[in-house]
Write a protein that binds this ligand. Structure first.
Ligand code: ZN
Length: 126
């Protein structure tokens, strides 16, 4: 009965913060890469989106809202308005229609809804 738990998980808060800001930086880079490579190869852009998602997940951060509307939340395709997605605005929502999986990604804005507020406070961490 004298088992000692010697697992060491002493990642300091500073190191965690650093990892998060590095992750945020990589996400930014990946999305700008995705934008650049779209003309050459949309598949490459999709791969960048996937890497960005994986980095965010690993670091425990959310993808900034600016970038979240740049990919399809169903098939994770990089979306470029006028190329592979159609943008429609409504009273309170912006709809991004993904031409690959034929689904709508709706983003609400100016709604003052609690969900938006919640999202904003969460994304402030980044
Ligand atoms: Zn899609």
């Amino acid at each position: 009965m004298g088992k000692k738990n010697m697992r060491k998980k002493n990642k300091s808060i500073l190191a965690k913060k650093q990892a998060k800001s590095i992750a945020a930086e990589s996400i930014r880079n990946l999305f700008s890469e995705a934008r650049k490579s779209f003309e050459i190869s949309p598949q490459l852009s999709d791969r960048n989106v996937n890497s960005a998602r994986r980095i965010a997940m690993k670091a425990g951060i959310r993808i900034p809202s600016v970038y979240r509307r740049q990919f399809c939340r169903y098939c994770y395709a990089y979306l470029l308005p006028g190329k592979n997605c159609r943008v429609r605005t409504n009273k309170k929502t912006i709809s991004y229609f993904c031409t690959r999986c034929r689904r709508y990604n709706r983003i609400s804005y100016k709604g003052g809804r609690e969900k938006i507020r919640e999202r904003q406070t969460k994304s402030k961490i980044i």
